[in-house]
Design a protein around this ligand. Structure first.
Ligand code: ATP
Length: 346
């Protein structure tokens, strides 16, 4: 068993009369890439800032291994922080920005020079960029500087708050991959805050899904996606069909979904071609819309009784299913996710 590096124990956070975080408990292991995921305002930044020491909890404790750091000052926690808006010194050069923390710690000039150049290389900042002012760099380059500035201090934890959200889509994916590489290379425990499900799924060893100051689920990307524990999580991650109760009532699904439950199935688990297995249910459908993406197509299906489902099918180079076609649809019962009606959805 790997023991926890970070433990949040019964953390409570109030902002005036607003109870932002309610009894938060979580363990993060050494070396993990751990993501806090949730919609805007759910409390993920608040927890990150509490870990870093910018916010004092109104109750509970934070431990680094066995050490209680709840009241340890920011600079003594060994946490490197990267912010969404980079928070760099715009009029200083890249070099000065990266060197800043080491200078404050009164490191020797030669050590600063060696470490700044080494880390700049690792985050893919070119030599000639080192002496440019930060304000002359692109957003992606600025974010590299922010990451270098945090890593140069050799923190035991890297905390990133929506670091890619100010970048355009293509650069976001590129930097996302680089970040993953960097984390592997350094093996540094990384906590990443995002509201972007794709970022969370692709980057993380484990994800914590937040909703209104509560933890909905903690798990691997696979668990969160395929075994969403709550209706909120299943709706928040990926595309999903809520199965119409009338369709359940009038189909073989009835034997599987008890009254009082709401049932969901992920789009890609609604199949237009037969699938193997002895728990496969066949339903009738008509294709009412198709979007062709080249690699795959997205379909809207009418399932009888007016209810609809969405699906996605990989293209195989042959002509796919045309709009207007009546077809059978195959669903594996094990792929249906069910929740009590009383649970919070969205
Ligand atoms: P976002 O992605 O929008 O930053 P978030 O999940 O990170 O969302 P937090 O910033 O953690 O959300 O905020 C959680 C809740 O606490 C929000 O309702 C927010 O308005 C409130 N909040 C955060 N900081 C303060 C503060 N300093 N004073 C009062 N309320 C605050």
């Amino acid at each position: 068993m790997v023991s926890a590096l970070i433990t949040f124990k019964d953390i409570q956070i109030h902002f005036g009369s607003f109870h932002a975080i309610k009894n938060f408990n979580l363990e993060i292991k050494e070396g993990e890439f751990f993501t806090f995921l949730g919609p805007s305002g759910c409390g993920k930044t608040t927890i990150l800032r509490t870990l870093a020491g910018f916010i004092s909890p109104s109750g509970g404790n934070i431990f680094l291994k066995d050490k209680d750091i709840t009241h340890v000052p920011i600079e003594k926690r060994g946490i490197g922080m990267v912010f969404q808006n980079y928070a760099l010194f715009p009029t200083m050069t890249v070099y000065e920005n990266i060197a800043f923390g080491m200078k404050v710690k009164k490191a020797a000039r030669s050590a600063i020079d060696a470490d700044v150049r080494d880390i700049a290389r690792k985050v893919d900042l070119k030599e000639e960029q080192l002496f440019k002012k930060v304000s002359e760099l692109s957003g992606g380059q600025q974010q590299r500087v922010a990451i270098a500035r945090a890593l140069v201090l050799k923190p035991s934890i890297l905390a990133l708050d929506e670091p890619l959200s100010n970048l355009d889509a293509k650069l976001r994916v590129q930097l996302r991959n680089e970040l993953k590489e960097l984390q592997k290379q350094f093996g540094i425990t990384t906590i990443y805050v995002t509201h972007d499900q794709e970022e969370a799924l692709t980057l993380s060893d484990r994800i914590a899904v937040f909703n209104s100051g509560n933890l909905e689920q903690v798990g691997t990307p696979y668990e969160i996606y395929n075994h969403s524990r709550t209706e909120f999580v299943c709706n928040f991650i990926g595309d999903i069909n809520k199965i119409d109760p009338e369709l359940i009532e009038s189909s073989p699904l009835k034997a599987h979904v008890p009254p009082g439950k709401v049932a969901y199935i992920r789009n890609e688990k609604v199949n237009l071609t037969p699938i193997p297995g002895d728990d496969v249910v066949r339903l009738k459908a008509k294709i009412v819309d198709r979007e062709y993406y080249g690699l795959y197509s997205k379909y809207v299906l009418e399932m009888g009784g007016g209810s609809r489902m969405k699906t996605i099918e990989k293209e195989n180079g042959q002509i796919g299913f045309e709009v207007g076609t009546e077809t059978d649809v195959y669903i594996r019962l094990a792929d249906i996710m069910q929740y009590d009606r009383t649970e919070r959805g969205n």
